[in-house]
Design a protein around this ligand. Structure first.
Ligand SMILES: NC(=O)c1ccc[n+]([C@@H]2O[C@H](COP(=O)([O-])OP(=O)(O)OC[C@H]3O[C@@H](n4cnc5c(N)ncnc54)[C@H](O)[C@@H]3O)[C@@H](O)[C@H]2O)c1
Length: 450
């Protein structure tokens, strides 16, 4: 049975219920394998441009509408896709169009929830970049909107579509490195001493709609560091590298462990060395605990970039039988040497004890090195296929929400400077009522979450 999708009309941030039943061909599952999917792009900066390239790899992607609040990026994107796409600085005009089947959202994190929810309500399928939201409360509302409006959604966590990452997960889940007790991931970059600098506030460039860039975030004077690309160093728009790169890594960790949430988290860090106008840490350690007995850590060292281990890995899984290292599409297993009998006492009177100890061990598992590509184009392909089949994408918004939530809990633990116990079912902190206040934030008027 085909379902009717209720279309809603938009006023500023307020979705007024519209009576008209709406369904694009894609929504109705009426697109054939060779039909083109009509796309609207919202956010055409660094990532938006990469995603245009990713979708251009597929002949069935049609670029119907382009939106950004910074007009030079619209002009650049228009030339890149060719033809005569509709262009606008207001994403609601994209959502109003009947000739748009799906939207690709690559705006700063503080915009994801509103644009995603409005797109779902308008009957569009949605590809949304990671981290999927700025708060855990927003992420849950996004999941609910996708369910309510029966949308096909893809979170922009492209490693899910990479065969080498799928292989990594299969190996870990099949026991290739035994029981995994520790997963570690890193963001290493030496940004000292000046980081992103400290430019003075100024008038926004005339090509930029600064108020629309800020959207639900607090009204502040324009500062070039707060805006294009560098917004990720400011907590009002992003969770810093913890949510930026951390969402990719925590997603791989939760995926490999077969878990979708930690039970608790602690974090420490701050601005220790870099002198600029950022308000997120340059140095950070976060530790999560997962059911079944696994710790995960995220180490953000942005005042030092020496490799964290001999393999220079981004991510490592430490198991009882071996360690799996991951870096840039390359996986490596280094087997452990495990005991075959309990550890003997170190007896200084018995000089043969050392050699006997060595004999009571065996090498565990097989060494392995494999490489493969991680491609946005594969992730885009999966989204286009699922729009046509109406089957769930490989990384639907719920998965993106759960991976994003783990990183956001790290942020909450850092702000609260205490251990945070997490009830993943209820999505509530159970040991600190004040931490629950950080699951949402007050939007600047007139923007409302729905
Ligand atoms: N999956 C990945 O590997 C990956 C890589 C890079 C970035 N990202 C994500 O992509 C998102 C964008 O990051 P970026 O590096 O491209 O930043 P960016 O600043 O280069 O691009 C964001 C664009 O959104 C535009 N924008 C802001 N408000 C808007 C609005 N209301 N309507 C339309 N456009 C608006 C900005 O003008 C800008 O051009 C972030 O969430 C980031 O985490 C993901």
């Amino acid at each position: 049975m085909q379902r009717r999708i209720t279309r809603r009309r938009f006023s500023t941030g307020m979705v007024a219920a519209g009576a008209a039943a709406f369904a694009s061909k894609a929504s109705m599952g009426a697109l054939g394998a060779n039909d083109r999917v009509r796309l609207g792009f919202i956010g055409l900066g660094n990532r938006g441009d990469q995603l245009l390239t990713a979708f251009q790899a597929h002949k069935d992607a049609q670029f119907v509408a382009l939106c950004d609040v910074y007009s030079p990026y619209i002009d650049f994107a228009r030339k890149k896709v060719g033809g005569d796409p509709f262009t606008t600085k207001d994403y609601r005009h994209v959502l109003d169009r009947k000739d748009v089947d799906a939207v690709v959202i690559a705006t700063p994190d503080h915009w994801h929830a509103l644009q995603f929810i409005h797109a779902c309500a308008a009957g569009k399928d949605v590809y949304v970049e990671k981290p999927v939201s700025l708060t855990i409360g927003e992420g849950r509302r996004m999941v609910e909107a996708a369910q309510r409006y029966e949308r096909i959604t893809q979170a922009g966590i492209q490693r899910r579509s990479a065969p080498i990452c799928q292989r990594m997960v299969e190996l870990i889940q099949s026991g290739a490195i035994g029981k995994v007790t520790v997963c570690r991931c890193y963001h290493l970059e030496n940004e000292s001493p000046m980081g992103i600098g400290s430019p003075a506030d100024s008038e926004p460039p005339p090509e930029l709609d600064w108020d629309m860039w800020l959207g639900p975030a607090p009204k502040v004077p324009y500062n070039e560091n707060r805006c294009l690309y560098k917004f990720r160093w400011f907590g009002a728009y992003s969770g810093g590298q913890l949510t930026n790169m951390g969402t990719h890594y925590l997603d791989m960790i939760q995926w490999a462990l077969g878990q979708d949430a930690p039970t608790g988290v602690v974090a420490l860090g701050g601005r220790y060395a870099v002198d600029d106008n950022r308000d997120i840490p340059d140095t950070l350690e976060v530790v999560w605990e997962y059911p079944g007995g696994t710790l995960a850590t995220f180490s953000q060292y942005n005042a030092n970039r020496a490799p964290a281990d001999a393999k220079g890995s981004e991510l490592e899984f430490r198991g009882t039988e071996g360690t799996m290292y991951y870096r840039g599409g390359r996986i490596e297993i280094v087997p452990e040497v495990v005991r075959t009998e309990p550890r003997p006492a170190l007896n200084p009177l018995d000089r043969r004890a050392v050699s006997r100890r060595a004999a009571a061990t065996r090498p565990a598992g097989e060494a392995l090195v494999e490489s493969g590509r991680v491609s946005e184009a594969d992730h885009a392909r999966n989204f286009l296929d699922c729009i046509k089949s109406r089957k769930p994408c490989i990384c639907p918004v719920e998965t993106g929400h759960r991976s994003t939530s783990a990183t956001l809990l790290g942020s909450i633990a850092l702000q609260r400077k205490r251990y945070i116990a997490w009830d993943a079912q209820a999505e509530r902190v159970t040991n600190d009522p004040e931490a629950n206040a950080l699951l949402n934030y007050a939007y600047r008027q007139p923007w409302k979450l729905g």
